[in-house]
Design a protein around this ligand. Structure first.
Ligand code: FAD
Ligand code: FES
Length: 292
């Protein structure tokens, strides 16, 4: 049976209050900003108007550094926390570096949340597999929190994570905490070992090949570099997970974030509006035509 594709949300932003325009950033205050990795940081934001924040796992916000510009960043925090918004960002260019340079107490503009969500309702009674590469663990973390909060609804739960080196493992302490729960299979691998790393070395697809889940009864969620996700889909499919039970989150350059400008057009989809979370079989043809 074919599973439901991610819900196409209406182009409104549920975290806006007062001003209903999705193009108008809402001011948030940086309450905490901390380093995760040498080039990656997280920050927690609270709305200056004090209104609650509602987002669903998989959604992203447009973060605006006043006078610099705006970038799409997925929410990486807990969806049950209605008071604080957490994002985890790799500083790669103009705006992400300007975000990194913000100090506690400073303001940032937020538009959103936008986009489709990781669907969990379709996975009840099934095994869940989360496969992440590098910073791809950040957009998956909210759905992992959600799955853990309702752990009894699912059978096996596996988190398979790959990083370049041990120093690049995101949320390392949290991964250890999850592993210590014993009701979750957490496997971590690195492309290249350094220092006293005694864990696995190899691609994350190796973890998929031997992961403890029942392929015929599994829903899989993957996020990371596009080429990694394609290999992950291939490995999952070879194990027997059908394409209509694999979800992935895509990235394209964005401007409006709400389906107006066409900047993120990809094949017949707008990634901001129809994604970023897509069911694999619905985009398989577009993915074959690289850089469409
Ligand atoms: C829906 C969505 C969700 C996203 N979620 C996150 C997130 O949770 N965390 C996060 O860190 N990023 C996320 N991104 C990517 C993020 O939006 C970009 O990294 C950001 O727009 C870069 O803007 P910039 O102005 O800092 O860099 P630019 O000045 O635009 O780019 C500088 C250089 O960095 C390169 N570059 C741009 N993006 C990346 C990248 N992702 N990786 C490596 N090199 C890059 C460019 O090719 C360019 O050479 C997401 C993107 C989308 C579309
Ligand atoms: S960013 Fe404008 S249509 Fe998607």
């Amino acid at each position: 049976m074919t599973e439901a594709a991610p819900t196409k949300k209406k182009h409104h932003c549920t975290c806006h209050s007062g001003d209903a325009s999705p193009m108008h950033p809402r001011p948030f205050k940086v309450v905490k900003i901390w380093k995760e990795l040498s080039d990656t940081f997280s920050m927690s934001l609270v709305p200056e108007d004090g209104q609650p924040i509602v987002f669903a796992p998989g959604q992203f916000n447009m973060l605006y550094v006043f006078g610099v510009g705006e970038v799409p960043i997925s929410v990486s925090g807990d969806p049950t926390d209605l008071s604080t918004l957490v994002h985890t960002t790799r500083a790669v260019g103009n705006v992400s570096r300007a975000l990194d340079a913000l100090k506690e107490g400073m303001s940032v503009g937020v538009r959103g949340p936008f986009g489709t969500v990781w669907p969990l309702d379709i996975a009840e009674g099934k095994d869940l597999v989360f496969v992440a590469g590098g910073i791809g663990l950040a957009p998956l973390r909210p759905v992992i929190y959600q799955a853990m909060a309702y752990r009894h609804k699912y059978r096996n739960l596996a988190i398979l994570y790959g990083a370049r080196t041990p120093e690049d493992i995101l949320f390392d302490k949290e991964l250890l905490r999850w592993k210590a729960r014993f009701d979750i299979d957490v496997q971590v691998t690195v492309d290249r070992s350094t220092g006293d790393w005694a864990g696995r070395v190899g691609l994350v697809t190796k973890l998929v090949e031997c992961g403890g889940f029942d392929p015929a009864n599994t829903v899989a969620y993957t996020c990371g570099p596009e080429v990694m996700m394609l290999h992950v889909v291939d490995s999952l499919h070879k194990r027997g997970v059908p394409h209509d039970r694999i979800y992935l989150s895509m990235e394209r350059n964005m401007k409006c974030g709400v389906g107006f400008c066409g900047h993120c057009q990809w094949g017949t989809s707008f990634v901001c509006r129809d994604g970023p979370v897509f069911r694999f079989d619905t985009i398989a043809d577009d993915l074959k035509v690289r850089e469409l």
